[in-house]
Ligand binder design. Sequence first.
Ligand SMILES: C[S@@+](CC[C@H](N)C(=O)[O-])C[C@H]1O[C@@H](n2cnc3c(N)ncnc32)[C@H](O)[C@@H]1O
Length: 236
Amino acid sequence: MFTDWLDLMLYALQGRDDPYLDIVNKYDCDRSHGKRAPDLYKQAFTTLRYQTPRTNADLLGVIYETYGMASDAFGQYFTPHNASRMNAEIALDGLDAATVRARREQGNPVTVQDPACGSGRLLVGAAQQFPAAQYWGMDKDATCAKMTALNFQLHNVDGVVVHGDSLTLESFATWRTRRTMLGGTMVELEDAEPFADSTDSASHRNTGENNRDAAMESIDAGSDVTLRDAALTEFQ
Ligand SMILES: C[S@@+](CC[C@H](N)C(=O)[O-])C[C@H]1O[C@@H](n2cnc3c(N)ncnc32)[C@H](O)[C@@H]1O
């Protein structure tokens, strides 16, 4: 149910009706209006959108962990919110908002990356301090990558999220989110440069490899700041 909910939100945000309806049609819609599974998913989405700015929190990650979906085998222990913000403050110490804005205006934005992003909490914590930077998240678990993409959209973060393996640099899917005055936008990438200026969704979404390759090359080339979660730091 949780992964269906994530997919429904991702498709709804991109206006992708066909895959959205493929999921909806799996459910028995005999119940009365408002009580069908798709109605409940929609209500949950509305609540998520309403509560995210009120709490400033990664609510998807909280739900994921609370209901025991996190994988021990993948080391899925997400950094607590207060520690995420502190971690971002430490990692970004030395940056100032004016420099970050100036770099963006010069077309050379400051990039911040988390190669094992989980639900994207560290990146969102950093983006709350420096919204003008660009944020890269990668996770080898599809559900985690989708939570990060949704969190980027919900928190209006400018970035790229890759479902892929940071060690082998294999990638399977990529989402691009953009920060706008009216809230975030999102599109699943394929054939265009991840940080290209075009806002034409259709030109960014199909099923080729080029965009993923560009995303992977950029990640491989490194970033200005790489965030490390508490567990990683502790074991180094
Ligand atoms: C300890 S969690 C940290 C998540 C996040 N950085 C945080 O602090 O909340 C580690 C994450 O790394 C992901 N992961 C493990 N191996 C990976 C790999 N080879 N490539 C990408 N992600 C990986 C797991 O799925 C998990 O979500």
